[in-house]
Write a protein that binds this ligand. Structure first.
Ligand code: 13P
Length: 327
């Protein structure tokens, strides 16, 4: 009688046979995170794509993330298990819109969040992620005008922390934008001792920042505390959340981001308690990747994400500048 293998076991056999690496974002389904070779935030996943010696990268995330991996490692085959896994924030600005915006501000430096298409990155001077937006903006000479896109809450955060005047594109991630100040206030009254951990794409970011008098203390490239009067609100990337929570003496945390984040936090900190700021902060695109689709992806080597050479070369410059600043 032949032994029946589980989907996870089949994935394991194939990834070894094909010298493939499975990268998963922190918002992926728990079972996807659990079988991945590496999980992380956008920056860590880009760094991993740049250094892996695998021949195939199976990217469990949304399309711009797989595109970024392909731009960084054009010699590798980059696969996304479901081509429909898109990002509404990345769709908030097109390359044509950016070209028109640049014309209105000749000589301005363009800083694009990693949640953008390859074409938009190709029109940009710098790429950034939530973990290094502040560092990237700080690295630009004071006399330069800056166009920051496409997330208005992250832009407001970077402007406040750096004290720089940024032109900010009015885009948003609908999941993060839906996490409002009143959600955090409600959670705070239910869990008065909990630390509030906030992704800077959240709709509450701006008001939390402006409630706080001591904003100059905020942020150091990895996020930071805004204190909101008592020092228990932190703005962090998803990777920054994992680092911060492990080091914190607090026992309870309210997590203001996509709820997939609860899984790696709980896994790494079984003795701490986590509450999502909103139970319904679920990105349906992030949840499109399943174990069955990963297996199909490895078996059939689908769906390849490849950026045309000319676009990839230009886009890579903006990513390389970011990676140099962050290294
Ligand atoms: P992080 O880089 O903090 O993981 O954010 C990724 C993202 O896409 C948020 O919408």
């Amino acid at each position: 009688m032949t032994e029946r293998k589980s989907v996870a076991e089949k994935i394991d056999i194939l990834r070894k046979e094909k010298n493939a690496v499975i990268l998963a974002h922190n918002y992926q389904l728990p079972e996807v995170q659990d079988i991945a070779d590496f999980t992380g935030d956008s920056l860590a996943l880009s760094q991993m794509a740049a250094t892996t010696d695998a021949d195939i990268i199976v990217f469990c995330g949304v399309h711009f993330m797989a595109e970024t991996a392909s731009i960084i490692s054009p010699q590798k085959k980059v696969l996304i298990p479901d081509l429909k896994a898109g990002c509404t924030l990345a769709d908030a600005i097109t390359a044509d819109q950016l070209r028109a915006w640049k014309k209105e501000h000749p000589g301005a430096v363009v800083v694009s969040y990693i949640n953008t298409t390859a074409e938009v990155k190709a029109e940009s001077d710098y790429c950034c992620t939530s973990s290094n937006a502040v560092k990237v903006v700080k690295s630009i000479p004071e006399d330069k005008e800056i166009l920051f896109l496409p997330d208005m809450f992250l832009g407001a955060y970077a402007a406040k922390v750096t004290g720089r005047k940024l032109h900010i594109w009015p885009g948003e991630c609908h999941i993060h934008a839906g996490i409002m100040t009143r959600d955090l206030e409600e959670m705070e009254s239910e869990h008065p001792g909990a630390e509030m951990i906030v992704h800077p794409e959240c709709g509450c970011t701006t008001s939390l920042l402006y409630q706080n008098a001591n904003v100059s203390a905020i942020g150091n490239g990895n996020g930071g505390s805004n204190g909101n009067g008592n020092g228990h609100v932190k703005f962090l990337s998803t990777g920054g959340m994992i680092k911060h929570v492990s080091a914190s003496n607090a026992r309870e945390f309210v997590i203001a981001t996509e709820t997939g984040m609860l899984h790696p936090l709980r896994k790494a900190n079984p003795d701490k308690t986590f509450y999502p700021a909103r139970e319904d902060a679920v990105c349906r695109f992030m949840k499109m990747i399943t174990l069955e689709k990963i297996l199909k992806s490895l078996e059939e080597e689908v769906y390849e994400v490849k950026v045309p050479d000319a676009t990839a070369r230009l886009a890579k410059k903006s990513i390389d500048r970011m990676l140099e600043i962050t290294a």
